[in-house]
Design a protein around this ligand. Structure first.
Ligand SMILES: Cc1ncc(C[n+]2csc(CCOP(=O)(O)OP(=O)(O)O)c2C)c(N)n1
Ligand code: SF4
Length: 266
């Protein structure tokens, strides 16, 4: 482990449960680097997660941590932030956790603009439970519950959260890990709800079943299928099918609403 990662990880929790090459590890490392660069005090920082492989993240990070129930990480995080607004609250979720069972909490956290920085590691699959398709599985891709190809279009998490009212929303992939670190910092520094969606890799279920190759080949696949926002504006819906639009999708000041919410505390 490198110096920074060692400083923020709980070595007592090793060995971790992640498969070799799982994208969640890179994103956890990006989160602790961002927290380090922001200079946040460990004792004033909280990391909340739900259930799933992504949900195990909070156990490994040496902050005030809460490993909660499936889909409810944002509800717990909202309670923490309202109880003590001086805390720096981060939430780490998977796509199933954050956008399926927790989808309603995601929408309403964005709508209320609670001052939380949320990260969704979107590996397009339910990893922990054996590779069932999730709301973000791309159309036509295989999962244990879609052996002939997923017939449904994927949910665009970042755009949905932006339209629900979040102050800061960005989408990157594990390939863009430096931009992920930058966006976590920018999201934290923007008052209100921030979401950083990171297209990630589950080599064990999504990669193997869809013959995407090794974890490094999957990261190249993320790069090859990413389209910067500016370029996406010149592309047709057909050309954008199966692509990930990357960049900062929303950044706005909804300070007034956020202030009102905190002033309602007893
Ligand atoms: C209320 C409830 N429903 C279902 C489950 C079973 N379950 C555990 S993890 C999981 C999916 C996790 O998928 P995701 O959030 O995408 O994370 P990943 O494992 O891919 O990191 C499910 C359905 C549960 N633990 N609790
Ligand atoms: S099953 Fe997939 S998501 Fe879970 S640890 Fe392994 S690679 Fe990561």
């Amino acid at each position: 482990m490198s110096g920074i990662v060692r400083e923020y990880m709980r070595e007592s929790k090793l060995p971790h449960l992640l498969c070799p090459g799982c994208g969640h590890g890179a994103i956890m490392s990006a989160l602790v680097r961002a927290i380090h660069e922001l200079g946040l005090e460990k004792d004033k920082t909280v990391v909340v997660s739900g259930i799933g492989c992504a949900g195990r993240s909070s156990s490994y990070m040496d902050f005030n941590t809460l490993h909660t129930t499936h889909g409810r990480a944002l509800a717990f995080a909202t309670g923490i932030k309202l109880a003590d607004p001086s805390l720096n609250v981060f939430v780490f979720m998977g796509d199933g956790d954050g956008a399926a069972i927790g989808g309603n909490h995601l929408l309403h956290s964005a709508r209320r603009n609670i001052d939380i920085t949320a990260i969704i590691s979107n590996n397009s699959i339910y990893g922990m439970t054996g590779g069932q398709y999730s709301p973000t599985t791309p159309e036509g891709f295989l999962a244990s519950t879609s052996p002939y190809g997923n017939p449904e279009p994927p949910l665009q998490i970042a755009e949905t959260v932006a339209s629900a009212g979040a102050s800061y929303v960005a989408r990157w992939s594990v390939f863009h890990i430096k931009q992920v670190i930058r966006s976590i910092k920018e999201g934290f520094e923007t008052r209100g709800f921030s979401l950083i969606e990171v297209i990630s890799q589950c080599p064990t279920y999504f990669g193997r079943r869809n013959r995407l190759g090794s974890p490094s080949r999957m990261i190249l696949w993320q790069k090859e299928n990413s389209v910067p926002i500016k370029k996406s504006m010149e592309m047709s819906e057909e050309e954008l099918s199966g692509k990930f639009v990357v960049g900062v999708i929303a950044r706005r000041d909804r300070e007034e609403l956020t202030r009102k919410i905190y002033s309602l505390r007893g």
